[in-house]
Design a protein around this ligand. Structure first.
Ligand code: GLA
Length: 694
């Protein structure tokens, strides 16, 4: 009771009376202490300026095979392909120093590409393909190694920025003279096309998830000149939005290719046609990233080769990347673990607990090809009840009745009390890996506060009481509760649960939830769809409940902050605006929104920490979403690769494919493989008809 009174005092002061009423009963406890599980390697903390800078170097170098293209007159000299001041990675921050060229990094993925128009909503199959192809205004992946008190996104396509005195304007300077991989200049036109015709055009849903509200309500962006853009915010100095300008919400596409396909400029095209204008078969799609797709075979492979116009170098002037190629076998996510452990692939984020024990065992053997390193518990799953009561996704009568239930706290309590999180975690893997997850911010992350976290312990009896309180009773004695007569015809409460088919873990957890709900008296029907179709259901509001792996917002808080609550009509995926464009927020959600808006507007660290405590209380006590399990992942990388930063997490601000700074990763001479699938090949250079070999 004491602990509860203490936590409540804090919440009560900040939140006012409505919250006090809701939390009058002491039925939640502190979450159980996660089992001891230390990360196996810690970062060396540095400043952003220790990692990179922008400057001209006296000379530049490139791989011999690329030089041969120059000598043959097929490509301009390297100095002309680079911007005036390339991004230079500092040697002091490279664990193994300046690298050498060559070799390939072989990935395996469970996703499938449906096109290259990332900003128009096409997906590439994940596993870091998009991270390798598209670059963004700022960059956050490497922030895991930046000192906490200096935390601010790394400059990337935006090489510098300054705030106006009143803090409302942010002027950004783009890198000057950088080129897309086909030689076309990158400039403010690309940035403005992304903003005006993709972000602001509500017919377009960029794959990375950017919406106007991700950058603040009423925010504008204008072009000043070819390499300068200016943001104007309603808030004062909202440095927060610098995170939204990173992967994946501000990574512009090649306007010279995309504009002519956009319905605004092309009356013959629908938005669907715009999205699909560059199918995976379309090779050499221009990118700002380190690698360009040069081969695609359905259900087999995607091969990407080095971008001859890449705008990053090392301190000796060697144009990056060091690796000539990255490839993606189109298989399953589980196979990624198996193959990387076996040495037939090079990289995996070991994130499916079902594979932990075997991977650990094999990696510990003498001569194991891959090194395996566990990080913090930043992978978590939640059950998201669809909280829209006013028509988002156009629910039928049954689904609308379920939405009403979802909006009833007694019902959400019934669900949470019926979930045995300990067993759920153990069904994935035994041992110290998983820990019960109440939802909200993860234990072990910087803004987490245990005293602000409400954990509803497993109790089927209590769950049933709440179900009855929500007005649900098994009136026909078939073991499934019914809606009250008069609602949805008094039929059985049958709920559709949206699940990603691409991952074993997602399917196992969904089966577990289904079984636990059955005991409660709720029938759950799984709608298990491929990763590619998931977005359509999720963003279209076509689900009753969704069970998903959470994003980086709940890990870092400072990234994707606007998505932490329904601050705008399209920001929070589990509660979007209804058919009339309005958001029917419940009072606790409105408090969450206010808290997040204050967080975004605040630069005071102590205040921000307090606001996140409030957020966590609101989230976990009201069960905005229902947490399931939380566990660590491990980075698996073939031992021949070096320059892998210490403590690189598989998931924090971004996925490991960004965190390890792949463009700096290399293979020492004595370890180079002959695995390149297209040796001596460059993506098409202007005028060519496909990938060209020297
Ligand atoms: C998928 C994988 C992750 C990671 C990301 C990168 O989501 O499950 O491990 O590779 O792609 O985009």
């Amino acid at each position: 009771m004491r602990r509860h009174a203490f936590a409540l005092g804090g919440a009560g002061l900040m939140l006012g009376v409505s919250t006090l009423v809701v939390f009058a009963q002491n039925e939640w406890t502190a979450p159980p202490e996660p089992p001891e599980f230390a990360a196996q390697s810690e970062p060396i903390f540095v400043s952003v300026s220790d990692i990179q800078e922008y400057k001209a170097l006296p000379e530049y170098h490139e791989p011999d095979f690329v030089k041969a293209f120059v000598d043959a007159g097929k490509l301009p000299p390297v100095a002309e392909r680079l911007p005036k001041e390339p991004l230079v990675f500092k040697t002091g921050n490279m664990p193994d120093g300046v690298g050498i060229y060559g070799d390939t990094m072989r990935h395996v993925i469970g996703g499938r590409p449906d096109g290259w128009n990332y900003i128009g909503g096409a997906q590439q199959g994940w596993g870091g393909i998009d991270i390798g192809m598209y670059e963004c205004l700022t960059r956050t992946g490497p922030l895991f190694q930046v000192k906490a008190d200096e935390l601010e996104p790394l400059p990337n396509l935006a090489k510098s920025w300054e705030w106006s005195e009143d803090g409302h304007e942010l002027t950004m300077h783009l890198i000057e003279g950088a080129k897309w991989s086909d030689g076309d200049p990158f400039d403010a036109e690309d940035v403005m096309f992304y903003w005006e015709d993709n972000i602001l055009d509500s017919n377009v849903t960029p794959t990375g998830g950017g919406t106007p509200e991700s950058f603040g309500e009423g925010t504008t962006l204008e072009q000043i000149d070819a390499y300068t853009v200016k943001w104007t915010f309603k808030e004062v100095r909202p440095t927060q939005y610098l995170y939204a300008m990173a992967y994946g919400s501000f990574c512009p596409g090649p306007s010279h290719l995309l504009k002519p396909e956009h319905p605004k400029y092309n009356a013959d095209n629908t938005y669907e046609e715009y999205k699909d204008a560059f199918p995976p078969e379309y090779l050499n799609f221009p990118v700002m990233g380190a690698w360009v797709p040069v081969e695609y075979r359905p259900d087999d492979v995607i091969v990407l080769r080095r971008n001859p116009y890449y705008w990053k170098v090392d301190e000796e002037g060697n144009q990056l990347p060091y690796l000539n190629e990255v490839s993606y076998r189109l298989s399953t996510w589980s196979d990624r673990d198996v193959q990387t452990v076996a040495g037939t692939a090079d990289f995996s984020n070991l994130e499916q607990p079902e594979n932990f024990v075997e991977s650990l065992r094999r990696s510990a053997e003498d001569g194991a090809p891959a090194r395996l390193q566990f990080g913090a518990r930043t992978i978590g799953y939640s059950l998201y009840p669809n909280l829209s009561g006013n028509g988002w996704g156009e629910p039928n009568e049954l689904s609308q009745a379920i939405r009403e239930l979802n909006r009833n706290l007694d019902f959400r309590k019934a669900i949470t009390f019926a979930i045995d999180r300990q067993s759920l975690g153990e069904s994935l893997v035994k041992g110290p890996f998983t820990t019960p997850y109440p939802g909200g911010l993860y234990a072990g992350t910087s803004f987490y506060d245990k005293d602000s976290t409400a954990f509803y312990p497993y109790s089927l009896d209590t769950a049933k009481e709440y179900l009855a309180k929500a007005g649900l009773e098994d009136t026909d004695g078939n073991g499934v509760v019914n809606f009250p007569a008069g609602t949805a015809g008094g039929q059985d409460v049958q709920i559709t649960l949206l699940v990603n088919a691409d991952y074993t873990t997602d399917k196992s957890l969904a089966e577990g939830v289904l079984a636990m709900m059955e005991k409660l008296g709720i029938r759950v029907v799984l709608n298990t769809v491929s990763g590619n179709s998931l977005a359509e259901f999720q963003q279209g509001g076509k689900y009753d409940w969704a069970m998903l792996r959470n994003g980086s917002d709940l890990v870092s808080v400072v990234q994707g902050t606007a998505g932490l609550a329904p601050v705008g009509p399209r920001t929070a995926f589990s509660h979007r605006a209804g058919t009339d464009g309005s958001l029917d927020l419940m009072p606790f959600e409105q408090e969450m929104v206010d808290t997040i808006n204050k967080f975004i507007a605040s630069a005071d660290n102590a205040e921000r920490a307090e606001l996140m405590k409030t957020y966590q209380q609101l989230y976990t006590q009201n069960l905005y979403a229902i947490g399931l399990t939380q566990y660590p992942g491990a980075l698996l990388i073939n031992k021949r690769f070096v320059n892998i930063p210490a403590g690189a997490p598989i998931f924090q601000f971004n996925w490991a494919e960004d965190n390890i700074i792949r463009e700096r990763v290399y293979v020492p001479a004595d370890a180079q493989s002959t695995n390149e699938l297209h040796p001596n090949t460059l993506p098409d250079v202007p005028g060519g008809g496909g990938p060209v070999s020297n």
